[in-house]
Design a binder for this molecule. Structure first.
Ligand code: SAM
Length: 231
């Protein structure tokens, strides 16, 4: 058992578009951190300036994650308190963070993730698809292992959530229609919390047709219904 009175590491979600989505507690925690670890110090610098937060910033991204973890844990043992942020949303959710969280726990130190913005929750709820049980698939591999990942989901009865990019969404919709059947219900959530937010709902076939005539711009979450167990 462990106590969470003064965590050595806070995981702090930041807005996925609308800057008003930062929480009061996130601001407070960032203001009190000895060091803020950021995926991209330039991107986060803009947000922190907007929030009037001036704390030392250190870069923490997938390219230095493995190397950085050990040193950071040592510094935490020495008494420094850190806050980790990513470019948008909740760190460690399809973003750097997991390795650090695991190392902090293994070292017997305290980690606490604040609740806050993340793209998959509003996408799931907006989809109108069953959300009592769901599976987060994150990004599908671009090439190697992609087919197997999709094949392994053919019998999945829970609602599935995928992160996707604009230039691959059409290919993904087509491949999922081939695997799951083109009548499977789905929802493409685009630009969540931003000015041009769009939630396009329909069958995979309808969505494929829709995006043949509508250019896809911005960031995307794809939510797909699970297999109907009675079918
Ligand atoms: N850590 C983030 C989170 O908590 O959601 C995810 C980071 S991941 C590198 C970026 C992906 O999240 C995008 O490619 C997209 O699939 C999704 N995403 C992030 N912001 C979004 C938004 N405003 N609308 C739709 N999808 C978004």
């Amino acid at each position: 058992m462990s106590q969470d009175s003064h965590p050595n590491l806070f995981i702090v979600p930041t807005p996925i578009g609308n800057l008003q989505d930062i929480t009061l507690r996130a601001i407070e925690v960032l203001k009190q951190a000895d060091v803020i670890l950021a995926e991209d110090t330039r991107t986060s610098g803009i947000l922190l300036k907007h929030l009037n937060i001036s704390r030392p910033l250190q870069s923490y991204h997938i390219f230095n994650e493995h190397k950085a973890v050990e040193k950071l844990v040592e510094r935490m043992k020495g008494g420094e308190h850190f806050a980790l942020i990513s470019d948008a949303g909740t760190p460690a959710i399809s973003d750097p963070g997991f390795l650090l969280v695991r190392a902090v726990i293994q070292a017997g130190l305290e980690v606490q993730c604040l609740p806050g913005p993340t793209a998959f929750v509003p996408a799931l709820v907006n989809s109108g698809l069953p959300n009592d049980r769901f599976v987060f698939e994150g990004f599908l591999p671009h090439k190697k292992g992609r087919k197997t990942r999709i094949e392994n989901l053919v019998e999945e009865v829970r609602t599935m959530i995928f992160y996707e990019s604009t230039h691959r969404i059409q290919k993904t919709l087509v491949q999922l229609a081939e695997a799951f059947g083109e009548d499977r219900q789905a929802c493409v959530s685009r630009e969540l919390t931003k000015l041009h937010e769009e939630n396009a709902r329909g069958t995979l076939k309808e969505l494929i047709e829709y995006y043949q005539t509508h250019p896809v711009k911005g960031e995307i979450v794809l939510v797909v219904a699970g297999k109907n167990p009675k079918a």
